[in-house]
Design a protein around this ligand. Structure first.
Ligand code: ZN
Ligand code: ZN
Length: 319
């Protein structure tokens, strides 16, 4: 929401219709009213879906619904923009005490309100333990361990739902952070990965319709549409690197509007221009424990529980 720069106490007028503005688009330097802001976000999400051919005829879309802001907005937007699409919502219950119950209730209310089929899979069912139990004694690895286990759980539940695509609520801020983190880690594979390769490696293809919408615009869209209730934050410490990168990008975006968009678009252009460069892709095989595709003997998730130890073992073996 914007303050009134002219000192009259009135909000600045929408540059398109003259009604009270609710948002200043700093990239195009224009104020937008509620209706024009909502229409603008929907138009850009639609454009992203078309541009990356995210949805094709016959697709069944599993929408990863955590119950939080981004995924709640995503599900509403998809229902609105793709009224005839075959949608199912899938939720992973990691087993985080004092956090997940509220977001699961929110996810259930959202899908009931939209009349969309909803499936849930818990870490307890899939791995025999909750995330709280898995992380006992190693809370500092929470995000990397949870990330690996969530990825496998989402793929499993999307497959059970019969989906051809997995749709996630990653926004522009998430994407810009990931691009920068890949550079900072020197992760050549990920730096060169084209958006169309998302998922890949035998997993259900992943698409991200909000990847060009800044986090604050996703949040404002949800507020203007009345979609949110107050939800608790995840109690685990977030990845230290992502937190720092997020701070740096926020500062840069404030001083140089459009920075995050340029970071993401630059990676897309670079990856396309370099797509002919041979990449060291190791052959895929089936994980010896769970059968999921992997380049090693065990997939990343199974390596977390590997009783044989070794450098990949992050979690105590008993389960
Ligand atoms: Zn307007
Ligand atoms: Zn496995």
């Amino acid at each position: 929401m914007e303050a009134n720069p002219d000192g009259t106490g009135r909000p600045p007028a929408c540059d398109l219709c003259g009604r009270p503005g609710v948002y200043l688009d700093r990239i195009q330097n224009r104020h937008l009213c509620s209706d024009h802001f909502v229409g603008d976000v929907e138009g850009r999400v639609n454009h992203t879906i078309q541009k990356y051919v995210m949805v094709q005829p016959g697709d069944r879309l599993a929408v990863a619904l955590s119950g939080g802001k981004d995924s709640t907005v995503l599900l509403h937007l998809l229902r609105r923009l793709l009224p005839d699409a075959d949608l199912a919502a899938v939720t992973v219950d990691e087993g985080i005490d004092g956090y997940r119950d509220a977001t699961l209730r929110s996810a259930g209310a959202t899908t009931r309100g939209l009349g969309i089929e909803h499936q849930t899979l818990s870490f307890l069912d899939l791995y025999g333990k909750t995330l709280d139990e898995i992380l006992k004694g190693q809370p500092d690895r929470a995000c990397s361990i949870c990330g690996i286990l969530r990825r496998k759980a989402l793929n499993t539940i999307a497959r059970r739902a019969g989906a051809s695509k997995l749709v996630t609520g990653h926004n522009l801020d998430d994407e810009a952070q990931s691009v920068l983190m890949n550079w900072l880690r020197g992760d050549r594979e990920r730096v060169l990965r084209r958006p169309e390769e998302n998922g890949g490696h035998g997993f259900i293809p992943r698409v991200k319709p909000l990847r060009e919408i800044p986090e604050k615009e996703v949040a404002l869209y949800g507020i203007l549409k009345g979609l949110f209730v107050e939800l608790p934050e995840c109690p685990y410490m977030h990845s230290a690197l992502r937190g720092e990168v997020r701070g740096i990008l926020t500062t840069l975006e404030r001083g140089h509007p459009g920075t995050m968009r340029r970071v993401v678009e630059g990676q897309v252009r670079l990856s396309r221009q370099l797509s002919s460069i041979p990449r060291a892709s190791r052959p895929l095989r089936a994980c010896e424990r769970c059968g999921d595709p992997t380049t090693a003997r065990l997939c990343q998730a199974c390596r977390l529980f590997d009783p044989e130890g070794g450098p990949g073992t992050l979690v105590s073996p008993e389960r």
